[in-house]
Design a protein around this ligand. Structure first.
Ligand code: GDP
Ligand code: MG
Length: 291
């Protein structure tokens, strides 16, 4: 069977049980949840890996897919929670009344990404009440599936995961199957840098960049990180660096601020720009980037 992998953004209002569900979905793999989960917008809360799948859950809008996935989506510059995931899991609970005016619901209605809707906390109500809610949501949201769960009591959570997996595309593993923490940190750090590149440069530039963490030295007060931004051509190098280095400085500062938030620690970030001709088609180069 081909390997599947993908990103699932869990969206829902506060208190509906997103974190509880995440724990249930991730189960024993809990240890790979990043320690600073609550401190960053770039958190990945849970990676569930099996022999032939890897599903990356996030309950935060805005998680960015690794570069080569972005390349596939090169033309779609917008990356929001509603476009950069493979599956949107909208989580509601038995207290939330189906309503088009609820936050997110409008976006969910127009989502091009498949939406699964789960109604949580069904342990608190009767079966007819659950059915009424399911019918209510059916009217409002064009969901692939509406599935009642109780995250707290681990009811239907496995089934929900099965439904999610149906919508996960073929793809490689993004993380080692045992997802080592420090590897994750490096990944997040490079993603943060890449996000700033996406923000600061136009057109094809961001898609021509690859970020590699060259060294990551943890210190007691300060982590020293050196990252290399690989571009395809000499001319792109000039654009990345900018007049008197201004553009690179700006990117570096923005990235450092977010990396510090993510690591909960002060960071010295050094960015270098190098040309790696056609890294996108070079197997050896891709391997060295961890693909
Ligand atoms: P989040 O804000 O969406 O992440 O919600 P949390 O996971 O923090 O859960 C909010 C509250 O709802 C907590 O007190 C949970 O224990 C509770 N909760 C979560 N899932 C269930 C459930 O299936 N049944 C019941 N009765 N309570 C739940
Ligand atoms: Mg939460």
């Amino acid at each position: 069977m081909p390997h599947k992998s993908g990103f699932v953004n869990i969206i829902g209002n506060p208190n509906v049980g997103k974190s509880t569900l995440m724990n249930g979905l991730v189960g024993e793999k809990l240890s790979i949840i990043t320690p600073k989960a609550q401190t960053t917008r770039h958190r990945i809360l849970g990676i569930v890996s099996g022999e032939d799948y890897q599903v990356v859950f996030s309950d935060t809008p805005g998680i960015i897919k690794p570069a080569y996935r972005l390349q596939e989506n090169m033309m779609k510059a917008v990356s929001t929670a509603f476009t950069d995931a493979d599956v949107i899991l909208y989580l509601t609970d038995v207290k939330e009344i189906p309503d088009t005016q609820l936050p997110y619901v409008k976006k969910i209605r127009h989502s091009k990404v498949p939406v699964l809707l789960a109604i949580n906390k069904i342990d608190l109500v009767t079966q007819p009440e659950v059915e009424k809610l399911m019918n209510g949501w059916k009217e409002i949201v064009n969901a692939e599936t509406i599935i009642p769960v109780s995250a707290l009591h681990n009811f239907n959570v496995k089934e929900l995961f099965g439904e999610i997996l149906k919508h996960i595309p073929e793809g490689p593993e993004y993380f080692p199957k045992d997802a080592l923490t420090d590897r994750n940190q490096r990944f997040f750090v490079s993603e943060i840098i890449r996000e700033k590149i996406l923000k600061n440069y136009q057109q094809e530039i961001p898609y021509s960049c690859q970020v590699e963490i060259d060294s990551f030295k943890e210190g007691s007060v300060l982590d020293r990180i050196r990252a290399i931004i690989y571009v395809l051509r000499e001319s792109q190098k000039g654009i990345i660096i900018g007049h008197k280095g201004d553009a690179l400085k700006k990117t570096g500062t923005q990235a450092r601020i977010d990396i510090e938030k993510f690591l909960g620690k002060r960071v010295f970030l050094e960015l270098q720009v190098k040309v790696a001709e056609d890294w996108r088609n070079n197997d050896k180069q891709l391997k060295s980037f961890g693909y």
